[in-house]
Each structure stands twice: as structure tokens, then as C-alpha cells.
Design a protein around this ligand. Structure first.
Ligand code: URA
Ligand code: CA
Length: 433
């Protein structure tokens, strides 16, 4: 087999066999095929797309390129959730204990974040003592005992995806549905999930800005999941504005606690209930999303979800008193309100730019080596569709520096106030099964 022939075949719009896909992925992972040939193939894929079969083969082969986490020792169906990435997305912190509280095992492997705020692990580490450096055996034992545990990324998962993603990044081939879908799905499958709930974001703050593209990506991932024997469903949710009110690590932990107490922002609570309901159904702990939702709502009301969160924190070294006294979480030195310059209705809160503002305060990492400040961030007081009076606070900036004029400027540029009737955007655009 020759790489030249594989490139030529894809260039001419023909379907590659699994053996051919295996040849190029394995050869590339082992440095036996040069970047320039793989670049040419990626560009051919970008223009000629891949069939459902090719997408599934690519995913399978990437999963097999490295270690795979074996969760067989955990009883029950292991369901994982993946979000394609948004601003102020605190859902994982809420979903893990909430879903576990109705008996679904949550074995979560998570990473540190790059971008607007930290990842799930960074957020959890704002809780004194909490750590994810546990052995695989401890991890499995904890999930069996408590139904929920989080472990840091370890092992050599999907090395083929890592190499391919870096190459796509410099060859203008990131934005390809078959390549994105196989990249995301290979990582979830290698991490051991039996079933997967995908939260595909759409809008200004999302990877896919157009609904049509988000739907295509969601369908592509669901199809891959079904073909490789992992039950997968996707929901498409809004990322035209940040989710919830808080953007920033400790601020989002506080928001998660409030949500688990039943006092969270409406959009965040609703999205969590929708995603959690699907997770419970995929785990065979309810026969319909309605039945699942009833159980979940009950556990938000009766305190069981919150108790589950405490159990989870405590068993990984975390100080559980923060749940009852969230003010003991890291706090920024300055809290500065941003007053509205005019009266009207909020018509735009450009999510990714608000995320950039949070990053400028220190909430996120610009590079892998950057240190993050867990205390800083932004808390919105208004969302799209809310009325505001001139001088009233649009949001509060939590900063550890007084020099935040550039942050204020960026925020003003990206929050629009209009007159006339403005509707809040829908939260959920659809479900793809
Ligand atoms: N996220 C991924 O993990 N892979 C992609 O290709 C794009 C986004
Ligand atoms: Ca939030």
C-alpha cells in the first residue's frame, strides 16, 4: 500500500477502505508517513468529505492508536457527556453529582482548560484540598462506592488525534465535519464511555456559529457513535450568550452549588436537566426522559444532589464546608460593577468576547503554561431580553488588579442595548438521535 495512492483516491472523490485509513493513521502515528502527505490527504478530505463508513473507520482507528480506559470493573452503563465548548459552561460540575444521585455511575476523566476559563479540574481545584491525582484502582473503587469520581487525564489516549489535530491547526483543515466529529468521538470512546450525550453548541460563542453546521456536526457524531456500538444522542444548545451568569473558576463553582441547591440560573438549570435526563435514560435508569427528569428534579429539591456533591468532594480530599459556606472559596480583591450607559433592553452579549474579557482578568489560560487565577471572572446581572436602566449594573467584574480599563472597554463593546421588543434566544434548538 502506498500513501500516494490513498491521497489520489480521496482527491478523486472515492471512498477509502478501513485498511487504507488504518494504513495512513498508523503510519502517521509512527512517524513513517511525512506531514506533507498527510496534509494533502487532509485537504482532500476537507473538500471531498467522508462517508459515514469512513468516518466510523477513522474514529475506530484513532481510538486504537493509543491506550483505552477499561471501565469494565464499574457496575452499570457508563455514560459520559461532552460539550463542544462554550463560555461559562458549568454543566459538568452539576451533572456529575446530579446524575450520580439517581444511581448512574459517573466515571469522569477530565482535563485542564485552555481558553476563557479553566477546565473542570481547574474549577474543582478552587475547592481547598480537592485533588484528581488518584490511581486507576482508587478511581474505580470510588465510582463503585459513591457513583461519581473525577480523574485527571493520564495514559496515552488517542495519540493519532493529537498529531492530526496539530497538523490540521497549521494547514487550515480544522473546520471539517468528518475530522471534528472523529476527533471528538475518538477521545470519548478511548476514555471508556458506553454511551455518550453530546451538547453541541451553536451561535456566536460556539465553534459552529450556524445552526445548520451544528446540526451536521451533531448528526455526524451520533452516527459514528451508533456505528461503533456506543449509544449516542446529541442536543443542540445556544451559545449566543454565556450560559448562566458566572464566568470564572471559583465563581462557576459557586454557581454550580447554587444550582444543586435548586437556586441556579434558569438556563443553566434547564440545560442540566435536559442533558441529565438523556444520560439517565441511556444508563437504563428510566424508560423516558420525562420519568428521568422527575427523579432529577426531586433530587434537586430534596437535597440529594447536593449531598452527592459533598460526598464526591470529600472522598477526593476536598473541604466540603465550602458547599454550605461558598464565600470561603477564593475571592477576588476588587468587585467592580459595569453600569449600563443607556436604558433599554439587552439585545446582544457576544459570548466569546465576554470569555476573552474573563481571560484578560486571568480566569483562563492563553497557553498551556499560563497560571490561572481561580478567583477572578465576571458575573452577569442581565441576559438577552432583560430590561436595564441607565446606570444599573450589567455585570460585576471580579478582579485582582485595579487596571481593568481595557476589560471594561471590551465588555462595553460586546454588550448591546436596544429599544423595542427583544426576545431571549431559545436555549435548546433540537435533539438528534
Ligand atoms: N475539538 C476537538 O477535540 N477536535 C476537533 O477537531 C475540534 C474541536
Ligand atoms: Ca456560568
Amino acid at each position: 500500500m502506498r500513501m500516494y495512492d490513498i491521497i489520489e483516491k480521496k482527491r478523486d472523490g472515492q471512498e477509502l477502505t478501513e485498511t487504507e485509513i488504518q494504513f495512513f493513521i498508523n503510519g502517521y502515528t509512527k512517524d513513517e508517513i511525512p506531514d506533507y502527505q498527510v496534509s494533502a490527504l487532509l485537504m482532500a478530505i476537507y473538500f471531498n468529505d467522508m462517508t459515514d463508513g469512513e468516518r466510523a473507520s477513522l474514529t475506530k482507528v484513532m481510538v486504537e492508536s493509543g491506550d483505552q480506559i477499561d471501565l469494565a470493573q464499574i457496575e452499570g452503563v457508563k455514560v459520559d457527556k461532552h460539550s463542544t465548548g462554550g463560555v461559562g459552561d458549568t454543566t459538568t460540575l452539576i451533572l456529575a453529582p446530579l446524575v450520580a444521585s439517581v444511581g448512574v455511575p459517573i466515571a469522569k476523566m477530565s482535563g485542564r482548560g485552555l481558553g476563557h476559563t479553566g477546565g473542570t479540574i481547574d474549577k474543582l481545584e478552587s475547592i481547598p484540598g480537592f485533588h484528581v491525582e488518584i490511581t486507576n484502582d482508587e478511581f474505580i473503587e470510588l465510582v463503585n462506592k459513591n457513583k461519581v469520581a473525577v480523574i485527571g487525564q493520564s495514559g496515552n489516549l488517542t495519540p493519532a488525534d493529537k498529531k492530526l489535530y496539530s497538523l490540521r491547526d497549521v494547514t487550515a483543515t480544522v473546520n471539517s465535519i468528518p475530522l471534528i466529529a472523529s476527533s471528538i468521538m475518538s477521545k470519548k470512546i478511548a476514555a471508556g464511555a458506553d454511551a455518550i450525550v453530546l451538547d453541541v453548541k451553536t451561535g456566536s460563542g460556539a465553534f459552529m456559529k450556524e445552526l445548520e453546521d451544528s446540526e451536521k456536526l451533531a448528526s455526524a457524531m451520533v452516527s459514528i457513535g451508533q456505528q461503533v456500538g456506543r449509544n449516542t444522542i446529541a442536543i443542540i444548545s445556544d451559545m449566543n450568550q454565556p450560559l448562566g451568569f458566572a464566568i470564572g473558576n471559583a465563581l462557576e463553582v459557586k454557581e454550580a452549588i447554587a444550582t444543586l441547591q435548586g437556586n441556579g440560573p434558569k438556563d443553566l438549570t434547564e440545560l442540566c436537566l435536559v442533558l441529565a435526563s438523556h444520560m439517565v435514560v441511556l444508563a437504563n435508569q428510566a424508560t423516558s426522559t420525562e420519568e428521568a427528569r422527575k427523579k432529577l428534579e426531586e433530587n434537586l429539591k430534596n437535597g440529594k444532589a447536593l449531598e452527592q456533591f459533598k460526598l464526591f468532594l470529600g472522598s477526593q480530599g476536598g473541604d466540603t464546608s465550602v458547599v454550605d459556606q461558598p464565600d470561603t472559596l477564593p475571592q477576588a480583591s476588587y468587585q467592580v460593577e459595569l453600569p449600563a450607559k443607556v436604558s433599554g433592553t439587552v439585545s446582544k452579549i457576544v459570548a466569546d468576547e465576554i470569555g476573552t474579557a474573563a481571560m484578560m482578568l486571568g480566569a483562563g489560560r492563553a497557553t498551556k503554561e499560563s497560571e490561572i487565577d481561580l478567583a477572578v471572572g465576571i458575573v452577569l446581572h442581565k441576559k438577552i431580553g432583560d430590561d436595564v436602566k441607565q446606570g444599573e449594573a450589567l455585570l460585576t467584574i471580579h478582579a485582582n488588579s485595579e487596571a481593568i480599563d481595557d476589560v471594561k472597554e471590551l465588555l462595553y463593546q460586546n454588550i448591546e442595548i436596544s429599544t423595542g421588543k427583544i426576545e431571549a434566544p431559545p436555549l435548546i434548538y433540537g435533539t438528534i438521535t
